[in-house]
Design a protein. Structure first.
Ligand code: GDP
Length: 523
């Protein structure tokens, strides 16, 4: 199947992680412009405010399933790009984390005035744990930002990753003059007088312009050349293998809003971002993307909030083989045969139904309730089961009850199904057996509450428990008397004991008192 090999080699599937307002939407728009998908910026998704928490349900109801911004597929250069959305703000949820399980590399966008912010750090931890290659873009260079050295330093020390600057800013804000592009041995000029002056080649040694140019009169020029010298003497070596292992991040500077440095970034990224990777099975073997039998896994399920359309859409990342519309597959968990006919794909610039998809691509399968997050589907006779998706440590907890005590049966059914589907995590208090929901984002509670009412006809009461730190303990080391007023003991859905600590202080107190008990986190 030469076709399969060719197709998958062109795929680049990635996510953009950032803290809200760093410029993720703006850079995505510039990419779509570069890919010729849109003609003007501002068309990708609703602007700020649309996704405010209170509006969310209403928006979902009005527009039905919102798949358009979850995955964007388009062509750039000779590559087919799949960008997977990792929602932040109030839309932050376990889906945001799980999406990172379906990409081959990640772009991290950082506001160069602010540096590393909390949400970036959280998402980065997951990326690092999975050894996903990561590329850094310091954005908003058209504004006064922090010193480039300072930013790179913070990146390395806060995130514990090595950095390799691919280009270096010549000034920022009002005095931004350009980018010293070490990698392409040229200077990219900010607001050049003519298109011909956009890129100025460096000399053979890479330390001065090849031709005389007014830029050399700029007082910043000598300063930047000194900095480059320092980088070359004391900085990291460029090491492609280290990039692919996620140990070294190539660093770029630019300004998404003024479309400066974005094209250079994207085309260099395309040179190094990996093609679709093999994936581990539950038994530890690898499924290669070139394996001609189709296989994929579900990393996200989006319920339709419209009561007239109770279907859901399961997002499947293709791992191997070729998807063709109408093909028969097996849903591994239930050993159930399904025909994949009602499937959407996500080409950003065409409405037509794409008939084929390849490793790296995402397909959206309309589902009436068969799928759970983490499910494997495969074609052919040989059964495939991919390794389980990780569980994430929840940070928010709510006690949950049915408002009406006569609704216990549907309450239990709803909770069980929604937990199984991966909507939210559930714990039970060790003593009282009361239900406690855990999530990484507020949105998960809202979706849970909404679906309980609309799909299971059960109103629920959610009672916030304040911030908690969840730590798993080994059942053999557990003594239920370790529970106190500051650490609630609960069971997770596999009956494993978990302590919910009020704060880091309470956790330290516990560790001092029981030094032999190991406290574990999930991802
Ligand atoms: P997101 O929350 O990460 O998706 O951020 P947005 O792309 O929506 O950007 C947040 C704000 O920063 C918007 O007002 C953008 O216009 C602005 N912005 C994004 N990139 C740049 C940039 O390069 N320079 C400047 N000055 N503003 C930018």
């Amino acid at each position: 199947m030469a076709n399969l090999e060719e197709e998958l080699q062109t795929r680049r599937t990635f996510a953009i992680i950032s803290h809200p307002d760093a410029g993720k939407t703006t850079i995505t728009e510039q990419m779509l412009l570069l890919g010729g998908v849109v003609r003007e910026a501002g068309t990708v998704k609703g602007r700020k405010g649309n996704f405010a928490k209170s509006d969310w349900m209403e928006i979902e109801q009005k527009r039905g399933i919102s798949v358009t911004s979850s995955v964007l597929q388009f062509d750039f250069d000779d590559k087919r790009i799949n960008i997977l959305d990792t929602p932040g703000h109030e839309d932050f949820s376990e889906d945001t984390y799980r999406t990172l399980m379906a990409v081959d590399s990640v772009i991290m966008v950082i506001d160069s005035a602010k540096g590393i912010e909390p949400q970036t750090k959280k998402l980065f931890e997951i990326v690092k744990e999975r050894h996903i290659p990561i590329f850094t873009f310091f954005n908003k260079l058209d504004r006064d930002g922090r010193e480039a050295f300072d930013l790179v330093d913070e990146l390395e020390s806060t995130l514990g990753i090595q950095a390799y600057p691919m280009n270096w800013p010549i000034g920022s804000g009002q005095i931004l003059a350009g980018l010293y592009d070490l990698y392409h041995k040229q200077v990219e000029v900010y607001r050049p007088a003519s298109n011909a002056e956009r890129f100025l080649p460096l000399n053979e040694a890479g330390n001065d312009l090849a031709q005389a140019n007014a830029l050399q009169e700029n007082p910043l020029w000598d300063e930047v050349r000194d900095e480059i010298e320092l980088l070359q003497d004391a900085g990291n070596e460029f090491d492609e293998d280290a990039i692919l292992r996620g140990e070294l991040t190539p660093v770029f500077f630019g300004s998404a809003l003024t479309n400066f440095g974005v094209e250079t970034f994207l085309s260099t990224y395309m040179d190094y971002a990996p093609a679709p990777a093999p994936k581990k099975t539950a038994t530890g073997t690898l499924v290669e993307p070139t394996d001609e039998n189709f296989a994929g896994f579900v990393f996200k399920i989006q319920a339709n909030m419209d009561p007239n359309h109770r279907d859901r859409i399961a997002f499947v990342r293709i791992v191997s083989g070729e998807f063709t519309r109408g093909m028969d597959v097996t849903l591994q968990r239930l050993n159930k045969k399904l025909r994949l006919s009602n499937v959407t794909q996500f080409m950003a610039d065409s409405r037509e139904n794409v008939q084929n998809a390849y490793p790296g691509d995402i397909i959206g399968v309309y589902d009436t309730g068969n799928f759970q997050i983490g499910d494997t589907i495969y074609a052919g006779k040989k059964a495939v089961e991919f390794e389980e998706l990780p569980t994430f440590t929840p940070e928010m907890f709510m006690r949950v009850r049915a408002k009406n005590v006569l609704k216990q049966k549907s309450f239990h059914k709803g909770v069980t199904q929604l937990v199984q589907e991966g909507t939210i995590q559930m714990y039970t208090a060790w003593d009282s057996g009361e239900y406690i929901l855990g999530a990484v984002g507020q949105l998960q509670f809202e979706v849970f509450q909404f679906r309980m009412e609309n799909e299971y006809n059960t109103e629920v009461t959610l009672e916030p428990m304040g911030a908690k730190t969840a730590r798993w303990v080994n059942a053999e080391q557990l003594d239920p008397r370790m529970a106190s007023s500051r650490n609630l003991l609960v069971r997770d859905r596999n009956d494993a004991p978990v302590f919910l600590f009020e704060n880091a202080f309470a956790e330290r107190w516990f560790s001092d008192k029981y030094p032999d008990v190991e406290l574990e986190t999930k991802l």
